[in-house]
Structures are given as C-alpha cells and as structure tokens.
Design a protein around this ligand. Structure first.
Ligand code: ADP
Length: 232
C-alpha cells in the first residue's frame, strides 16, 4: 500500500538567471489503487510533478509524503524501499543505446533486487507489453513506440505499487495505445496506482478516470470520472 500526498508543494527552476515557478502551491493526495490522468499544456508542470512524486526532485517549498513519511528525508533502506515503490517511464527515452534490450532490462532487474528471478521477470515483463523475444535487439532496431513499451516493461519488472508515466503514448499507433491502456487498466484493477501525464484527450475522455489538470504550475481541476478539460 502506498499513498502519495503533496502538501503545499512548490518547485522553482532558474531560467535566464531568474527563479521561475514550475509548480506553485500544489496540494494533492493519490491513494493506492487510483488511476489518474495528469493533463495540461506543454510547460504546465506535469513532468515536474511526476518527478516530485517519486523523490527524483525535492520541493523548494512544502512537503511530499509517501505513506505519511517525508519522501525527501528518507535515507538508507527507507530510501531504497521508497524507490522500489515506483515504476517510472520518463518523457525522454532512457534505454542505454549500446546495450541490448535484454541487458537494459537485466540491469534494472538487478537494481530492483530481483537477483535470481531477474531473467524470468524480464521475459514476463516483455510478454506483458506485447514484445516477447526482443531481448537480443538494440534500442535503435525498435520503433519509438516499441521503445516506450520496453520502458514500460522495465517499469513493471518488480511489480511496483505506483506507476508514473510521462507521455507514454506519444508516437504510438491507435491500436497499440488501446492495448497499453487495456494493460494499464488491468494492472490498476489488481491494485497498482497509475499516474499518467498525457496529451491524448480522446483516450482520457473514453476512460473516464480521475483527471488532474495543471495550468501554469497550479492545480486548476481535479475531477473524478473526468474528461479532458473538466475543471470541476
Ligand atoms: P510539462 O511536463 O507539463 O511540459 P514541465 O514540468 O516539463 O512541464 O515544465 C514546467 C516548467 O518548468 C516549464 O516552464 C519548463 O520550461 C520549466 N522547466 C522544466 N525543467 C526545467 C529545468 N531543468 N530547468 C529550467 N526550467 C525547467
């Protein structure tokens, strides 16, 4: 079980020697088992929010809690356990180009502490995302959509409680996107929290899940069973 809570969180970046808010006073709770679409135009703060949720970034103001503990103050084994709570697909591809898909996933499986179960977990995860048998390929041999699916396979290797997905469905064909959304719904129905930043309004509108809308770094809408653009 893992609950994420952001309490009056702000994040600033330095741009042109000025400190600019990417997120401003965001308070939000996501409970275990929720499916959340995070929407907003480019630059609204979606990636920043996802990176704060998993502790990849620290807030400048406010606090991010994982199960009521301050995520950014966790150290040692607590930090490791917190890290393993999350499966992450970032916006930028992060596969190592000079290593095969199998190697890429084995590295992640070992880092996740799967040890002797690594090989089996890699095979299973690639099967789950509909890419069985691509272990010997290099990232450059796959389409962008296939690479994203490999990254999703890597994210689900150790069955994390929470999946944070940043623009997972960009550059994918419709039928592949539907297959992935079906897979994510299935993982969600078995208890995995899904938080997904996306621009894909048509899928958001059909799925009717919680929709959190960011505008200029603030939460402008948070709607259960929402549609794209719903603000309350
Ligand atoms: P989104 O994911 O919704 O496109 P981001 O979280 O990537 O939004 O960005 C929010 C704002 O923060 C944007 O104005 C962006 O330019 C700025 N930003 C993001 N990352 C950095 C960074 N590393 N350095 C400076 N500014 C950044």
């Amino acid at each position: 079980m893992a609950e994420i809570r952001l309490d009056h969180v702000s994040k600033r970046y330095i741009e042109d020697r000025r400190s600019v808010y990417a997120l401003k006073d965001v308070s939000l709770t996501v409970e275990q088992g929720e499916f959340v679409f995070l929407i907003g135009s480019s630059g609204a703060g979606k990636s920043t929010l996802l990176r704060l949720m998993c502790g990849d970034l620290s807030p400048d103001e406010g606090t991010v809690f994982l199960n009521n503990a301050n995520l950014n103050r966790m150290i040692g084994p607590w930090r490791v356990r917190a890290t393993r709570t999350f499966g992450i697909v970032s916006q930028q591809g992060t596969l190592i180009r000079k290593r095969t898909i199998g190697d890429n996933l084995m590295l992640a499986a070992n880092a996740a502490g799967l040890r002797r179960k690594s090989q089996e977990a890699v095979k299973k995860a690639l099967g789950i995302v509909g890419l069985p048998g691509v272990e010997a390929c290099y990232p450059a041999e796959l389409s962008i959509g296939e690479s994203r699916r490999v990254e999703l396979a890597r994210a689900v290797l150790n069955s994390p409680s929470i999946l944070l997905l940043d623009e997972l469905t960009g550059n994918m064909d419709d039928d592949v996107i539907w297959d992935l959304l079906h897979l994510l719904s299935e993982l969600n129905s078995r208890g995995t929290t899904i938080i997904m930043a996306t621009h894909a309004s048509q899928y958001v509108n059909i799925m009717r899940r919680r929709v959190v809308t960011l505008v200029d770094g603030r939460v402008a809408g948070d709607v259960k069973n929402g549609k794209y653009g719903d603000l309350k």
